[in-house]
Design a binder for this molecule. Structure first.
Ligand SMILES: [Fe+2]
Length: 271
């Protein structure tokens, strides 16, 4: 259950780890669904949006709510009470979608994306003033990793979510993206554990080809009505397709509609 200690750790260090953010009965079915999804993508049967290593192996798989993926458990999990009881204290009850993706290990080579902050289209080499302004934006979303097998791939620099980068960190963020950073911490997740963490943290994923990674990443966002619709993130354009909404659980459709309201593109795109 979410408690003050976790809130403090999230505020100070930018993350916390819990054992109870997933229904234990859902763990094995989720693991099986993740393995099937990986197989569908590797075999070329499904590919809605896949991040691939240089040799074409998937390391991040999107499209989990799509009927083509045919794995309704991913949407059920996102809507489940053990997830929501951690989401509500951060975002309240008026939510909009959210997403889910699988992080996995390519089989042909070790793989790492390198140090970054999840800044989207914001300036990545800002002055102190510019970077601190980005870091101090009100929190509008919450993200997490659920490990379905033991996973230590996520490395973070605890506390870096609320301070300007050092000169060495700048070099690691922009140039030598695979150098070590003093104080880096590989978040050790046992199967079934969930790490909630801030995308403002300086972080990277370090994957070994012979260490299986089957981790489900999820997020929810706060509903923001009345804004100007914006261009859809290319990684999410598959969600605009006409067949996605009807495949979601009924309770999730209004949350999908709130997300859809904020998208500029017309209905019917297949992304
Ligand atoms: Fe990231």
């Amino acid at each position: 259950m979410f408690c003050d200690m976790q809130r403090r750790q999230y505020r100070k260090q930018g993350f916390f780890v819990v054992d109870d953010a997933v229904d234990p009965d859902m763990l094995q079915p989720l693991l099986a669904a993740v393995m099937r999804a990986k197989q569908k993508v590797r075999s070329g049967k499904v590919d809605l949006y896949t991040h691939r290593s240089a040799d074409g192996e998937p390391w991040a798989i999107r499209g989990l709510f799509a009927p083509e993926m045919n794995e309704p458990i991913f949407a059920e999990y996102l809507m489940s009470e053990p997830v929501m009881k951690y989401v509500r204290p951060f975002l309240g009850t008026r939510l909009q979608l959210g997403g889910a993706l699988i992080f996995t290990n390519p089989y042909q080579a070790d793989y790492g994306f390198g140090w970054h902050r999840d800044f989207g289209g914001n300036e990545r080499d800002g002055s102190y003033r510019v970077e601190m302004k980005i870091l101090k934006r009100p929190q509008r979303s919450l993200k997490w990793h659920l490990a379905l097998v033991d996973d230590e791939c996520l490395q973070i620099v605890p506390g870096s979510h609320k301070r300007y980068r050092t000169a060495h960190e700048r070099r690691c963020l922009l140039e030598e993206r695979h150098d070590d950073i003093s104080g880096q911490y590989a978040v050790p997740l046992k199967a079934g554990q969930t790490a909630f963490w801030s995308g403002n943290l300086i972080h990277r994923g370090v994957m070994k080809r012979d260490v299986e990674r089957l981790t489900l990443a999820g997020s929810w966002s706060m509903y923001a009505p009345g804004g100007e619709p914006t261009e859809t993130d290319p990684r999410l354009k598959w969600m605009l397709a006409d067949n996605v909404r009807g495949f979601l659980p009924k309770a999730m459709r209004p949350l999908y509609d709130r997300w859809r309201e904020g998208q500029k593109a017309d209905r019917g795109l297949n992304g």
